[in-house]
Write a protein that binds this ligand. Structure first.
Ligand code: URP
Ligand code: ZN
Ligand code: ZN
Length: 464
Protein backbone atom coordinates (compact mmCIF):
# COMPACT_ATOMS: atom_id res chain seq x y z
CA UNK A 1 0.00 0.00 0.00
CA UNK A 2 1.40 3.40 -0.98
CA UNK A 3 0.19 6.78 0.24
CA UNK A 4 0.89 10.29 -1.05
CA UNK A 5 0.36 13.19 1.34
CA UNK A 6 0.19 16.27 -0.86
CA UNK A 7 0.98 19.90 -0.22
CA UNK A 8 1.07 19.96 3.58
CA UNK A 9 3.18 22.14 5.82
CA UNK A 10 5.70 19.57 7.03
CA UNK A 11 6.85 20.46 10.52
CA UNK A 12 9.53 18.55 12.43
CA UNK A 13 11.66 19.61 15.38
CA UNK A 14 14.20 20.93 12.89
CA UNK A 15 12.28 22.01 9.76
CA UNK A 16 9.14 23.72 8.56
CA UNK A 17 8.40 23.65 4.81
CA UNK A 18 5.67 22.80 2.30
CA UNK A 19 6.00 19.52 0.40
CA UNK A 20 4.71 16.10 -0.55
CA UNK A 21 5.45 12.84 1.23
CA UNK A 22 5.37 9.47 -0.51
CA UNK A 23 4.97 6.39 1.67
CA UNK A 24 5.68 2.81 0.64
CA UNK A 25 5.69 -0.31 2.80
CA UNK A 26 5.08 1.68 5.94
CA UNK A 27 8.10 3.96 5.50
CA UNK A 28 8.62 7.43 4.13
CA UNK A 29 10.27 6.78 0.78
CA UNK A 30 10.33 10.22 -0.88
CA UNK A 31 9.88 13.83 0.19
CA UNK A 32 9.79 16.61 -2.39
CA UNK A 33 8.33 19.88 -3.53
CA UNK A 34 5.82 18.37 -5.92
CA UNK A 35 6.18 14.64 -6.36
CA UNK A 36 5.08 13.05 -9.63
CA UNK A 37 4.17 9.59 -8.31
CA UNK A 38 1.08 7.41 -8.32
CA UNK A 39 -0.17 6.14 -5.00
CA UNK A 40 -2.92 3.80 -3.81
CA UNK A 41 -4.22 6.61 -1.60
CA UNK A 42 -3.82 10.35 -1.82
CA UNK A 43 -4.35 12.73 1.09
CA UNK A 44 -4.75 16.44 0.38
CA UNK A 45 -2.94 18.22 3.20
CA UNK A 46 -3.22 21.75 1.79
CA UNK A 47 -3.50 24.24 4.66
CA UNK A 48 -2.71 21.54 7.21
CA UNK A 49 0.31 20.69 9.29
CA UNK A 50 1.98 17.36 8.61
CA UNK A 51 3.83 16.32 11.75
CA UNK A 52 5.53 13.17 13.02
CA UNK A 53 3.13 11.04 15.04
CA UNK A 54 3.22 11.94 18.70
CA UNK A 55 4.81 9.53 21.14
CA UNK A 56 3.50 9.19 24.69
CA UNK A 57 6.28 7.75 26.85
CA UNK A 58 4.18 7.63 30.02
CA UNK A 59 1.04 5.48 30.03
CA UNK A 60 -0.50 2.89 32.33
CA UNK A 61 -2.85 0.60 30.40
CA UNK A 62 -4.70 -2.11 32.28
CA UNK A 63 -2.46 -1.58 35.29
CA UNK A 64 -3.35 -3.09 38.67
CA UNK A 65 -3.11 -0.21 41.13
CA UNK A 66 -4.82 0.94 44.30
CA UNK A 67 -6.94 -2.21 44.60
CA UNK A 68 -8.32 -1.94 41.07
CA UNK A 69 -7.12 -1.90 37.45
CA UNK A 70 -6.86 1.13 35.15
CA UNK A 71 -9.87 1.00 32.87
CA UNK A 72 -8.24 1.20 29.42
CA UNK A 73 -6.73 -1.92 27.97
CA UNK A 74 -4.26 -1.65 25.10
CA UNK A 75 -7.03 -1.60 22.50
CA UNK A 76 -9.17 1.15 24.02
CA UNK A 77 -6.19 3.14 25.29
CA UNK A 78 -4.37 3.12 21.98
CA UNK A 79 -7.57 3.88 20.07
CA UNK A 80 -7.94 6.94 22.25
CA UNK A 81 -4.25 7.71 21.60
CA UNK A 82 -4.71 7.49 17.83
CA UNK A 83 -7.68 9.87 17.83
CA UNK A 84 -5.44 12.36 19.59
CA UNK A 85 -2.56 12.03 17.13
CA UNK A 86 -0.39 9.69 19.21
CA UNK A 87 1.04 6.87 17.12
CA UNK A 88 3.28 5.16 19.67
CA UNK A 89 3.27 4.75 23.43
CA UNK A 90 5.76 3.42 25.94
CA UNK A 91 3.82 1.80 28.76
CA UNK A 92 5.01 0.82 32.23
CA UNK A 93 5.32 -2.91 32.71
CA UNK A 94 4.84 -3.11 36.46
CA UNK A 95 6.62 -5.83 38.42
CA UNK A 96 4.29 -7.03 41.16
CA UNK A 97 6.33 -7.17 44.38
CA UNK A 98 7.67 -10.74 44.58
CA UNK A 99 7.29 -11.36 40.85
CA UNK A 100 10.32 -12.07 38.68
CA UNK A 101 11.19 -9.48 36.04
CA UNK A 102 10.82 -11.89 33.08
CA UNK A 103 7.36 -12.84 34.42
CA UNK A 104 6.42 -9.18 34.64
CA UNK A 105 7.45 -8.64 31.03
CA UNK A 106 5.61 -11.77 29.95
CA UNK A 107 2.46 -10.47 31.66
CA UNK A 108 2.67 -7.21 29.70
CA UNK A 109 3.27 -9.05 26.42
CA UNK A 110 0.14 -11.12 27.15
CA UNK A 111 -1.82 -7.89 27.60
CA UNK A 112 -0.97 -6.66 24.09
CA UNK A 113 -1.70 -10.10 22.67
CA UNK A 114 -5.14 -10.16 24.28
CA UNK A 115 -6.10 -6.53 23.70
CA UNK A 116 -4.26 -5.72 20.51
CA UNK A 117 -3.06 -2.15 20.12
CA UNK A 118 -3.87 0.29 17.34
CA UNK A 119 -0.58 2.16 17.68
CA UNK A 120 2.94 0.93 18.33
CA UNK A 121 3.89 0.00 21.88
CA UNK A 122 7.12 -0.25 23.84
CA UNK A 123 7.60 -1.14 27.50
CA UNK A 124 9.54 0.38 30.36
CA UNK A 125 10.30 -1.99 33.22
CA UNK A 126 8.94 -0.63 36.52
CA UNK A 127 11.05 -2.30 39.19
CA UNK A 128 9.39 -2.65 42.58
CA UNK A 129 11.38 -5.40 44.23
CA UNK A 130 14.97 -6.59 43.92
CA UNK A 131 14.90 -8.60 47.16
CA UNK A 132 12.31 -11.34 46.62
CA UNK A 133 11.35 -11.33 42.94
CA UNK A 134 13.73 -9.27 40.86
CA UNK A 135 17.41 -9.94 40.34
CA UNK A 136 20.18 -7.70 39.07
CA UNK A 137 20.94 -10.28 36.37
CA UNK A 138 17.38 -10.21 35.02
CA UNK A 139 17.42 -6.44 35.17
CA UNK A 140 20.61 -6.39 33.11
CA UNK A 141 19.01 -8.63 30.47
CA UNK A 142 15.92 -6.46 29.83
CA UNK A 143 17.64 -4.15 27.30
CA UNK A 144 18.38 -7.21 25.14
CA UNK A 145 14.59 -7.58 24.85
CA UNK A 146 14.22 -3.98 23.70
CA UNK A 147 13.17 -2.76 27.16
CA UNK A 148 15.75 -0.06 27.66
CA UNK A 149 14.40 2.01 30.55
CA UNK A 150 13.94 1.14 34.22
CA UNK A 151 11.34 2.99 36.27
CA UNK A 152 11.34 3.34 40.05
CA UNK A 153 8.70 4.76 42.34
CA UNK A 154 10.07 6.79 45.25
CA UNK A 155 6.50 7.02 46.61
CA UNK A 156 3.48 4.77 47.26
CA UNK A 157 4.90 3.33 50.49
CA UNK A 158 3.66 -0.15 51.32
CA UNK A 159 2.74 -0.78 47.69
CA UNK A 160 5.28 -0.19 44.90
CA UNK A 161 7.74 2.24 46.49
CA UNK A 162 11.41 1.24 46.48
CA UNK A 163 14.03 2.14 49.06
CA UNK A 164 17.17 4.05 48.13
CA UNK A 165 19.21 0.86 47.99
CA UNK A 166 16.98 -0.60 45.27
CA UNK A 167 16.95 2.73 43.46
CA UNK A 168 20.72 3.00 43.59
CA UNK A 169 21.40 -0.60 42.60
CA UNK A 170 19.11 -0.21 39.60
CA UNK A 171 20.97 2.95 38.65
CA UNK A 172 24.24 1.03 38.81
CA UNK A 173 22.84 -1.64 36.49
CA UNK A 174 21.62 1.06 34.10
CA UNK A 175 25.05 2.63 33.96
CA UNK A 176 26.36 -0.77 32.78
CA UNK A 177 23.56 -1.74 30.38
CA UNK A 178 22.85 1.59 28.70
CA UNK A 179 19.32 1.81 30.06
CA UNK A 180 17.68 5.08 31.11
CA UNK A 181 16.51 5.46 34.71
CA UNK A 182 13.06 6.98 35.21
CA UNK A 183 11.83 8.07 38.62
CA UNK A 184 8.55 9.02 40.17
CA UNK A 185 10.12 11.50 42.57
CA UNK A 186 8.30 12.12 45.85
CA UNK A 187 9.43 11.39 49.39
CA UNK A 188 7.14 8.45 50.10
CA UNK A 189 8.15 8.07 53.75
CA UNK A 190 7.29 11.65 54.65
CA UNK A 191 4.05 11.53 52.67
CA UNK A 192 3.04 8.34 54.45
CA UNK A 193 3.38 10.10 57.81
CA UNK A 194 1.38 13.11 56.60
CA UNK A 195 -1.39 10.89 55.20
CA UNK A 196 -1.68 8.94 58.46
CA UNK A 197 -1.80 12.16 60.48
CA UNK A 198 -4.51 13.65 58.26
CA UNK A 199 -6.68 10.54 58.46
CA UNK A 200 -6.25 10.38 62.25
CA UNK A 201 -7.64 13.94 62.36
CA UNK A 202 -10.69 12.88 60.32
CA UNK A 203 -9.54 14.60 57.14
CA UNK A 204 -10.90 12.23 54.53
CA UNK A 205 -11.97 14.36 51.53
CA UNK A 206 -10.11 14.35 48.16
CA UNK A 207 -8.46 17.73 48.84
CA UNK A 208 -6.26 16.07 51.49
CA UNK A 209 -4.58 14.14 48.72
CA UNK A 210 -2.79 17.35 47.72
CA UNK A 211 -2.36 18.70 51.23
CA UNK A 212 -0.46 15.56 52.30
CA UNK A 213 1.92 15.61 49.32
CA UNK A 214 3.47 19.10 49.53
CA UNK A 215 5.68 20.28 46.63
CA UNK A 216 8.83 20.16 48.76
CA UNK A 217 8.49 16.37 49.03
CA UNK A 218 8.69 16.27 45.23
CA UNK A 219 11.60 18.70 45.15
CA UNK A 220 13.54 16.73 47.76
CA UNK A 221 13.12 13.41 45.96
CA UNK A 222 13.95 14.95 42.59
CA UNK A 223 17.23 16.28 43.92
CA UNK A 224 17.99 12.99 45.69
CA UNK A 225 17.45 11.02 42.50
CA UNK A 226 19.62 13.43 40.50
CA UNK A 227 22.48 13.17 42.98
CA UNK A 228 22.26 9.38 43.30
CA UNK A 229 22.23 9.03 39.51
CA UNK A 230 25.41 11.13 39.38
CA UNK A 231 27.08 8.79 41.86
CA UNK A 232 25.99 5.73 39.89
CA UNK A 233 26.82 7.28 36.53
CA UNK A 234 23.35 6.62 35.13
CA UNK A 235 21.23 8.88 32.92
CA UNK A 236 18.05 10.00 34.68
CA UNK A 237 14.62 11.09 33.47
CA UNK A 238 12.24 12.50 36.08
CA UNK A 239 8.61 11.79 35.22
CA UNK A 240 5.58 14.03 35.78
CA UNK A 241 7.34 17.12 37.16
CA UNK A 242 4.56 19.23 38.65
CA UNK A 243 6.03 22.19 40.53
CA UNK A 244 8.78 24.77 40.89
CA UNK A 245 10.41 22.79 43.71
CA UNK A 246 11.12 19.96 41.25
CA UNK A 247 11.91 22.19 38.26
CA UNK A 248 14.71 23.88 40.20
CA UNK A 249 16.96 20.83 40.72
CA UNK A 250 16.41 19.83 37.10
CA UNK A 251 17.33 23.33 35.94
CA UNK A 252 20.52 23.07 37.98
CA UNK A 253 21.28 19.67 36.44
CA UNK A 254 20.72 21.00 32.92
CA UNK A 255 23.04 23.99 33.41
CA UNK A 256 25.63 21.70 35.07
CA UNK A 257 25.53 19.26 32.15
CA UNK A 258 24.53 16.41 34.41
CA UNK A 259 22.72 13.52 32.75
CA UNK A 260 19.27 14.44 34.12
CA UNK A 261 16.12 15.56 32.34
CA UNK A 262 12.45 15.98 33.17
CA UNK A 263 8.99 15.70 31.68
CA UNK A 264 5.76 17.28 32.73
CA UNK A 265 2.26 16.16 31.81
CA UNK A 266 -0.60 18.05 30.21
CA UNK A 267 -2.68 18.15 33.39
CA UNK A 268 -0.06 20.08 35.38
CA UNK A 269 -0.25 22.89 32.82
CA UNK A 270 -4.01 23.33 33.21
CA UNK A 271 -5.41 21.95 36.45
CA UNK A 272 -4.63 23.41 39.85
CA UNK A 273 -5.20 22.24 43.40
CA UNK A 274 -8.62 23.92 43.68
CA UNK A 275 -10.03 21.20 41.38
CA UNK A 276 -9.85 18.81 44.34
CA UNK A 277 -12.34 20.97 46.27
CA UNK A 278 -15.24 20.23 43.94
CA UNK A 279 -18.33 19.10 45.87
CA UNK A 280 -20.08 15.71 45.85
CA UNK A 281 -16.82 13.80 45.55
CA UNK A 282 -16.22 15.27 42.05
CA UNK A 283 -12.78 16.34 43.32
CA UNK A 284 -11.74 12.67 43.22
CA UNK A 285 -11.48 12.95 39.43
CA UNK A 286 -8.32 15.01 39.99
CA UNK A 287 -6.67 12.60 42.42
CA UNK A 288 -3.51 11.77 40.55
CA UNK A 289 0.05 11.88 41.76
CA UNK A 290 1.82 14.25 42.09
CA UNK A 291 -1.38 16.16 42.83
CA UNK A 292 -2.60 19.28 41.06
CA UNK A 293 -0.49 22.14 42.42
CA UNK A 294 -1.04 25.82 43.28
CA UNK A 295 -1.78 27.70 40.06
CA UNK A 296 1.44 29.73 39.97
CA UNK A 297 3.33 26.55 39.04
CA UNK A 298 1.66 26.43 35.64
CA UNK A 299 3.54 29.39 34.13
CA UNK A 300 6.76 28.00 35.64
CA UNK A 301 6.18 24.71 33.82
CA UNK A 302 5.35 26.44 30.51
CA UNK A 303 8.52 28.50 30.83
CA UNK A 304 10.59 25.39 31.63
CA UNK A 305 9.21 23.73 28.49
CA UNK A 306 9.96 26.73 26.31
CA UNK A 307 13.52 27.07 27.63
CA UNK A 308 14.49 23.38 27.49
CA UNK A 309 14.64 22.91 31.25
CA UNK A 310 11.87 20.33 30.76
CA UNK A 311 12.14 18.17 27.67
CA UNK A 312 8.88 16.26 27.14
CA UNK A 313 5.14 16.54 27.70
CA UNK A 314 3.56 13.14 28.32
CA UNK A 315 0.12 12.30 29.73
CA UNK A 316 0.57 9.74 32.55
CA UNK A 317 -2.67 8.30 31.17
CA UNK A 318 -3.88 6.10 34.05
CA UNK A 319 -7.67 6.16 33.85
CA UNK A 320 -10.01 5.06 36.61
CA UNK A 321 -13.75 5.54 36.26
CA UNK A 322 -15.21 7.98 38.71
CA UNK A 323 -18.19 5.74 39.25
CA UNK A 324 -17.07 2.51 40.89
CA UNK A 325 -13.31 3.08 40.92
CA UNK A 326 -12.64 6.57 42.30
CA UNK A 327 -15.54 5.95 44.67
CA UNK A 328 -13.47 3.26 46.41
CA UNK A 329 -12.12 6.22 48.36
CA UNK A 330 -15.42 7.88 49.19
CA UNK A 331 -14.64 7.83 52.92
CA UNK A 332 -10.84 7.92 52.76
CA UNK A 333 -8.87 9.95 50.21
CA UNK A 334 -5.91 7.55 50.48
CA UNK A 335 -8.06 4.78 48.98
CA UNK A 336 -8.93 6.76 45.83
CA UNK A 337 -7.00 5.08 43.01
CA UNK A 338 -4.37 7.57 41.86
CA UNK A 339 -4.45 8.45 38.20
CA UNK A 340 -6.23 10.37 35.49
CA UNK A 341 -6.91 10.16 31.76
CA UNK A 342 -5.53 12.37 29.01
CA UNK A 343 -3.95 10.45 26.16
CA UNK A 344 -6.44 11.75 23.60
CA UNK A 345 -6.17 15.44 24.36
CA UNK A 346 -2.45 16.21 24.72
CA UNK A 347 -2.08 17.63 21.22
CA UNK A 348 -5.40 19.48 21.37
CA UNK A 349 -4.43 21.23 24.60
CA UNK A 350 -0.78 21.93 23.77
CA UNK A 351 -1.52 23.17 20.28
CA UNK A 352 -4.34 25.47 21.35
CA UNK A 353 -2.93 26.86 24.59
CA UNK A 354 0.75 26.39 23.73
CA UNK A 355 1.18 27.16 20.04
CA UNK A 356 -1.88 29.31 19.29
CA UNK A 357 -1.47 31.34 22.46
CA UNK A 358 2.24 31.89 21.84
CA UNK A 359 3.80 29.87 24.66
CA UNK A 360 5.51 27.38 22.33
CA UNK A 361 6.73 27.52 18.75
CA UNK A 362 5.30 24.94 16.40
CA UNK A 363 8.64 23.16 16.10
CA UNK A 364 9.08 23.06 19.87
CA UNK A 365 5.58 21.58 20.16
CA UNK A 366 6.62 18.78 17.79
CA UNK A 367 9.84 18.30 19.71
CA UNK A 368 8.05 18.02 23.07
CA UNK A 369 5.40 15.51 22.00
CA UNK A 370 7.27 13.47 19.42
CA UNK A 371 10.96 14.04 18.72
CA UNK A 372 12.26 14.21 22.28
CA UNK A 373 10.27 11.19 23.48
CA UNK A 374 11.73 9.32 20.48
CA UNK A 375 15.26 10.46 21.34
CA UNK A 376 15.05 9.64 25.05
CA UNK A 377 13.43 6.28 24.59
CA UNK A 378 15.45 4.73 21.79
CA UNK A 379 12.97 5.23 18.96
CA UNK A 380 14.75 7.93 16.96
CA UNK A 381 15.08 8.36 13.98
CA UNK A 382 12.75 5.50 13.10
CA UNK A 383 10.11 7.54 14.88
CA UNK A 384 9.86 11.14 16.04
CA UNK A 385 10.64 12.75 12.70
CA UNK A 386 9.60 12.80 9.05
CA UNK A 387 12.57 11.73 6.97
CA UNK A 388 13.26 9.26 4.19
CA UNK A 389 13.52 5.84 5.83
CA UNK A 390 11.52 6.74 8.94
CA UNK A 391 8.34 4.93 9.89
CA UNK A 392 5.41 6.68 8.27
CA UNK A 393 3.85 7.57 11.63
CA UNK A 394 2.29 10.81 10.54
CA UNK A 395 -0.47 13.17 11.66
CA UNK A 396 -2.20 15.51 9.25
CA UNK A 397 -3.26 18.16 11.73
CA UNK A 398 -5.81 20.82 10.83
CA UNK A 399 -4.88 23.99 12.75
CA UNK A 400 -8.34 25.48 12.16
CA UNK A 401 -10.51 22.52 13.11
CA UNK A 402 -12.77 23.15 16.10
CA UNK A 403 -13.10 20.43 18.69
CA UNK A 404 -14.93 20.21 21.99
CA UNK A 405 -13.12 18.05 24.52
CA UNK A 406 -15.48 15.84 26.47
CA UNK A 407 -16.12 12.37 27.80
CA UNK A 408 -18.78 12.27 25.04
CA UNK A 409 -16.20 12.81 22.29
CA UNK A 410 -13.23 10.82 23.60
CA UNK A 411 -12.53 7.15 22.90
CA UNK A 412 -11.11 6.02 26.23
CA UNK A 413 -13.23 3.74 28.44
CA UNK A 414 -13.21 6.30 31.23
CA UNK A 415 -16.40 8.07 32.30
CA UNK A 416 -14.99 11.60 32.63
CA UNK A 417 -12.52 13.96 31.01
CA UNK A 418 -10.09 16.22 32.88
CA UNK A 419 -10.70 19.02 30.33
CA UNK A 420 -14.47 18.55 30.03
CA UNK A 421 -16.07 21.22 27.86
CA UNK A 422 -12.83 22.87 26.71
CA UNK A 423 -13.16 24.23 23.16
CA UNK A 424 -9.98 24.06 21.13
CA UNK A 425 -9.02 25.10 17.63
CA UNK A 426 -6.71 22.58 15.99
CA UNK A 427 -7.12 18.80 15.84
CA UNK A 428 -5.85 15.75 13.96
CA UNK A 429 -7.54 15.02 10.62
CA UNK A 430 -5.72 11.91 9.46
CA UNK A 431 -3.47 9.66 11.55
CA UNK A 432 -1.17 7.05 10.04
CA UNK A 433 0.72 4.32 11.85
CA UNK A 434 3.55 2.93 9.71
CA UNK A 435 1.71 4.07 6.57
CA UNK A 436 -1.68 2.66 7.55
CA UNK A 437 -4.47 5.16 8.03
CA UNK A 438 -6.02 4.45 11.43
CA UNK A 439 -8.14 7.58 11.95
CA UNK A 440 -9.59 9.77 9.22
CA UNK A 441 -12.02 12.67 9.68
CA UNK A 442 -12.92 11.57 13.21
CA UNK A 443 -13.68 8.01 12.08
CA UNK A 444 -11.81 4.91 13.20
CA UNK A 445 -10.55 3.16 10.06
CA UNK A 446 -7.70 1.11 11.50
CA UNK A 447 -7.90 -2.26 13.20
CA UNK A 448 -6.59 -3.33 16.60
CA UNK A 449 -3.39 -5.16 15.82
CA UNK A 450 -2.09 -2.41 13.54
CA UNK A 451 0.19 -1.50 16.41
CA UNK A 452 3.27 -3.61 17.04
CA UNK A 453 5.64 -4.10 19.96
CA UNK A 454 8.79 -2.06 19.33
CA UNK A 455 12.16 -3.14 20.63
CA UNK A 456 13.82 0.12 21.58
CA UNK A 457 17.48 1.08 21.32
CA UNK A 458 19.60 1.78 24.38
CA UNK A 459 19.84 5.32 25.70
CA UNK A 460 21.78 7.52 23.28
CA UNK A 461 21.70 4.93 20.49
CA UNK A 462 19.70 5.23 17.29
CA UNK A 463 16.95 2.92 16.13
CA UNK A 464 17.09 2.33 12.39
O1 URP B 1 -1.51 9.15 39.82
C1 URP B 1 -0.78 8.58 39.01
N1 URP B 1 0.16 9.29 38.42
N2 URP B 1 -0.94 7.27 38.76
C2 URP B 1 -0.15 6.47 37.93
C3 URP B 1 1.09 6.00 38.60
C4 URP B 1 2.12 7.07 38.61
O2 URP B 1 2.50 7.52 39.67
O3 URP B 1 2.59 7.48 37.55
ZN1 ZN C 1 4.17 8.42 39.11
ZN1 ZN D 1 2.59 7.33 35.72
Amino acid sequence: MSVLIKGGRIVTAADDYVGDIFIEDGKVSLIGGSLDVRADKEIDAGGKYVIPGAIDPHTHMEMPFGGTVSCDDFTSGTTSAAFGGTTAIVDFCLQEPGQSLPDALATWHEKIERAKPLVDVGFHLAVTDLKEGGTLEDLARAPDEGVTSYKLFMAYKGAIMVDDETLFRTMQVASETGALIMVHAENGDAIDVLVKEALAEGKTEPKWHAATRPPITEGEATNRAIQLARVAGAPLYVVHVSCDEAVQPIARARTSDWQAWGETCTQYLFIDETALDQPDFEGAKYVYTPPPRPKQNQEILWHALATDVLSVVSTDHCPFNWDGQKTLGKDDFSKIPNGGPGIENRLHMLHHFGVREGRLSLRRFVELVSTNPARFFGLYPRKGTIAVGSDADIVVFDPEKRHTISAQTHHSNIDYNLYEGTEVVGAPDVVLVRGQVVVENDELVGEPGTGQFVKRARFGEELR
